[in-house]
Ligand binder design. Structure first.
Ligand code: CA2
Length: 145
């Protein structure tokens, strides 16, 4: 049995489906979790799905994933654009990393065009709403045993 795929979400994503549905859609984070669980199950894999508004908590979970996960999907939210600490943790994790965004940051404000997380990621899925997470789980499964 392979280790789970960790699916981590960063700050404010707990508000998904509750605020700003015109940008991030109507699906809640629980809907995203259910979709990821279904996709993982069809691939014969399991996930650990968590969200935090706190940078240090995300870093603790990335460190946990180093030994506890086969691969990592992360929507770092705004921390992707700002956090060298998250980048360092992801590089140290030494497992495949798939970056994931609901929206397409490249089509938005210029300050969203760069993410530090991309420097540690094998690839990026963005712009497909809830499906970005499903596709990212599939990519993570393909990248790991
Ligand atoms: O598109 C994405 O998934 C983002 O990671 C979302 C971040 C944003 O800073 C990134 O540039 C792109 C923001 C997450 C905030 O989520 C909210 C959800 C509902 C209501 C308000 C915020």
């Amino acid at each position: 049995m392979s280790k789970p795929i960790y699916v981590l979400s960063g700050p404010n994503l707990n508000l998904l489906g509750v605020r700003e549905p015109h940008i991030y859609g109507k699906d809640t984070l629980d809907d995203v979790r259910a979709a990821c669980e279904r996709r993982a199950q069809t691939l014969g894999r399991s996930i650990v799905f968590r969200q935090s508004n706190h940078e240090g908590v995300l870093i603790d979970w990335i460190q946990e994933a180093r030994t506890g996960a086969s691969a990592l999907v992360i929507n770092p939210a705004a921390y992707g654009h700002t956090s060298i600490a998250l980048l360092d943790a992801l590089k140290a994790a030494d497992i495949p990393v798939v970056e994931c965004h609901l929206s397409n940051p490249a089509a938005r404000e210029t300050f969203r065009h760069h993410t530090y997380v991309s420097l540690a990621a094998t690839g990026l899925v963005s712009g497909f709403g809830l499906a970005s997470y499903e596709l990212a789980v599939e990519a993570a499964a393909r990248l790991s045993a």
